[in-house]
Ligand binder design. Structure first.
Ligand code: 5AD
Ligand code: SF4
Length: 476
């Protein structure tokens, strides 16, 4: 069985905590309707795509089910970012085999990045798969399912230059009714040499600004209190109206969303160090409800490695951007992604990454060992020459240092009072609730009289490296 949705899943490591999450919706039994089981892996964008898939399927008479046994259609929305992400999916497909044995009519579909990367090869490699659908082809799902009904296998992995699913209202599943994720752009044009995303998600395109603002407003009217605007590189968001008379850049979009209500928080992810502008930082400074956290993946602290990674910025440039954030947004936290053991990385270059962790004082980081992806620029140009044990040791050094930095940053918050958006019961105890401050740090506190969706002041009294622990402050 897939891990059931457990409520507070955004606090630590988004990558790990939601993997394999099955979408569920509390629905009364609906005789006659077909049932879809949908399991998701990978980044937040993929989870948002699953909500689009659920919406398209609902239009076509499918209700989501948390039970594989009951499902008529089983979808697995996949990730290709590192080899272990793909291996996890392959393992899961093996487990689906037994269900299909006892229910041969059950349709198994692979969606997302692995579908796009492997295309019809997946049908040959994984015999139980009936359907392979890439991230830009979800509107074709009903046709493809009809094709499968006639006994054929079906594949649609066409990438699009236009598809943004702006006209689809995602079915909000598995969430807590307080936080929602809104995709503002798709694809990526950056071609970082290690990354498979430009191949699996295609060219960058921005979604109609008006449709984004309307979706966010609608969420607020339904009781949501926080939206996270999602894109591979939100800073290059750029939308031009059909008649060409008006344009909206990311700073302007942020402002439009922030203006919906001061009671709705706005977050965004991911920023690219080469593109994040002072205009974005100033807009963040101007609105209290734009949360003061920037996810600014550094990948490496060394300029030569960054050049091989094709990140198009240097160590000095990154440092300048961190300094600009500190100047314009003194209370802003910075989080990051780091890759250990990229092709040709020397001990000195690795040491510069450690040094960057100390300098930037990240409050949190996603840290990975380099995993070569077939077809990427790095796979074609460079040798994956860092031995596994060296990669592991470097990653461990990065993790240990980051843990120290996270603890230090949390200790600096002891005694401070933060406004927290209450997300619900904490993972460990019903008697404790949790919510995050503007800096995206999770704070756990005794429940008192709070309810999910409240904004409350909490004073930090203790901390661990991962969490702040506090108590409610009575408000006058
Ligand atoms: N190997 C390891 N980590 C990778 N990432 C992307 N591609 C790879 C790879 N081939 C990491 C980067 C990126 C995050 C989403 O995943 O740090 O920012
Ligand atoms: Fe991959 Fe780079 Fe695009 Fe991020 S910005 S999705 S790391 S190519």
């Amino acid at each position: 069985m897939a891990k059931p949705f457990s409520g507070n899943v955004f606090d630590k490591n988004q990558d790990e905590s939601r993997q394999g999450e099955a979408y569920t919706l509390d629905l009364p039994a609906a005789p006659g309707l077909k049932k879809m089981y949908l399991e998701s892996y990978g980044c937040q964008m993929n989870f948002s795509d699953s909500e689009i898939v659920a919406s398209i399927m609902a239009e076509n008479g499918y209700v989501p089910t948390p039970s594989l046994e009951e499902a008529d259609v089983v979808f697995i929305n996949t990730c290709s970012i590192r080899d272990n992400a793909e291996q996890k999916v392959r393992g899961r497909l093996q487990e689906f085999r037994q269900y299909k044995k006892s229910k041969p009519d059950m349709v198994v579909g692979v969606l997302g990045c692995m579908a796009e990367r492997l295309k019809s090869k997946l049908l040959e490699q994984e015999k139980l798969v009936d359907l392979v659908v890439g991230p830009d082809a979800y509107k074709d799902l009903p046709n493809l399912l009809e094709q499968v009904d006639t006994g054929q296998k079906a594949v649609n992995v066409l990438l699009s230059r236009e598809e943004t699913y702006a006209d689809i209202t995602p079915v909000r599943l598995g969430g807590n009714g307080v936080l929602a994720f809104v995709t503002i752009m798709r694809g990526c044009d950056n071609m970082c040499s290690f990354c498979v995303v430009p191949f699996t998600r295609g060219r960058e395109r921005s979604r109609d600004a008006q449709s984004i603002v309307e979706e966010c407003r609608d969420l607020f009217e339904k009781g949501y209190k926080e939206v996270t605007l999602l894109g591979q590189n939100v800073d290059s968001y750029h939308w031009t109206s059909a008649d060409g008379t008006s344009t909206v850049n990311f700073a302007q979009l942020l402002e439009l969303v922030a203006q919906i209500s001061p009671d709705m928080r706005v977050r965004f992810s991911t920023s690219h160090p080469k593109d994040i502008t002072d205009e974005v930082l100033m807009t963040m400074a101007a609105y209290n409800n734009i949360c003061k956290n920037i996810h600014l993946p550094v990948q490496s602290g060394n300029s030569e490695v960054l050049a091989r990674m094709n990140r198009t910025y240097t160590r000095e440039w990154y440092i300048e951007r961190v300094n600009a954030i500190r100047k314009i947004l003194p209370d802003c936290s910075i989080t990051t992604d780091i890759i250990a053991g990229f092709c040709g990385e020397t001990e000195e270059q690795h040491a510069e990454t450690l040094d960057m962790i100390r300098f930037a004082e990240y409050t949190f980081a996603f840290m990975f060992k380099y995993s070569e992806r077939p077809g990427t620029l790095a796979a074609r140009k460079y040798t994956d020459d860092i031995p596994e044990e060296v990669k592991s040791r470097r990653l461990q050094e990065i993790i240990s240092l980051q843990n120290e930095m996270s603890l230090k940053s949390n200790e600096a918050d002891l005694g401070k009072v933060f406004e927290v958006l209450v997300e619900g019961p904490s993972r460990k105890s019903e008697l404790h609730y949790c919510g995050r401050n503007s800096q995206n740090k999770m704070i756990v506190f005794p429940k008192g009289d709070v309810k999910k969706g409240d904004y409350r002041k909490v004073k930090v009294t203790h901390c661990t490296q991962a969490t702040l622990i506090g108590e409610l402050v009575e408000e006058d």
